[in-house]
Design a protein. Sequence first.
Length: 331
Amino acid sequence: MSEIGRDLVAWYRAAHRDLPWRRTRDPWRILVAEIMLQQTRVQAVLPYYERFLARFPTPAALAEASPQEALAHWAGLGYYGRARHLQKAARRISAAGAFPADFDAIRGLPGVGDYTAAAVASIAFGLPYPVVDGNVLRVVARISNDPGDIASASTRKRFATVAGSWLDVSDPGTFNQALMELGATVCLPREPNCLLCPVAAHCAARAAGTQQELPVKLRRARAERLEHTLLRIERNGALLMWQQNDPAQRMYGFWELPYREQLPAARPGRLVGEFRHTITHHHYRFRVMTATVRETPEGFRWLTPEERQILPVSTIARKALGAVRRTAARS
DNA sequence: AAGCCGGGGAG
DNA sequence: CTCCCAGGCTT
């Protein structure tokens, strides 16, 4: 093993965080963790992980569940395509009778790309594949003092080769988690804590003083601003809502409050709440108004509080109802 | 290669 | 406000 690998693993054994998915080598539990952790912070995943696995402890359990229930257990975590892919993967694993045990078979599961396949292969099966996530890109860029744009495929391929050259083939899973743990807790994006770093002596950026400039990422996204009004229409304690039934649209499968434009015939009442919400590069400002309707509009349903507990309700709808409660409490 | 998908925390 | 997070899929 490389010196960097040895130092990283020794540091990791002494300093790593105790996280629930580090207490198992069950490939199903590892897979669920890795899917949940895609572009999602550890702190955000923690409340979901055990709850999800308590309900779906095996691939068969998720395979047999309704898509609605799977989605309801994912609601609030974001990137809902992951929940649909995971259920497809669960059905495939369940039908095969065993979890796929080599890299290519794991990589072939829906929702599993290069990162997730390497993570499951190394952590659950001890196979020697280096993971390359955002943490690893940052750590490699700094240790190598490499100014390549991490948005480009060629840079990612080069960095993967470097990470692979450090890999501890006797325990790839621990090495991979050590490299990511360093990025998550020490080699931070804005302010790397080089004084605590176990591999500072090997770090070319540290030597050159360029650690704050790395990694280089050229792509930039801009935010679009939008405004909408949602309607809170209540009847006998139930709320008028609709379900996003178009797979091509955002939030497919989720229940939403009516938008003002959807119900031109509704009679608006008073403003009862206001909140902001950001989805990728869309920055929304929502107003919430009470309203009344003469009859149930086509495509809408009255959802009781009990139904809203079980069904997948969008974060926007949850925020809207929360904003109403706070506004009502103040007035 | 670029665009898109959620949501929240840090600075 | 901007940036980023244990990324992957589609075009």
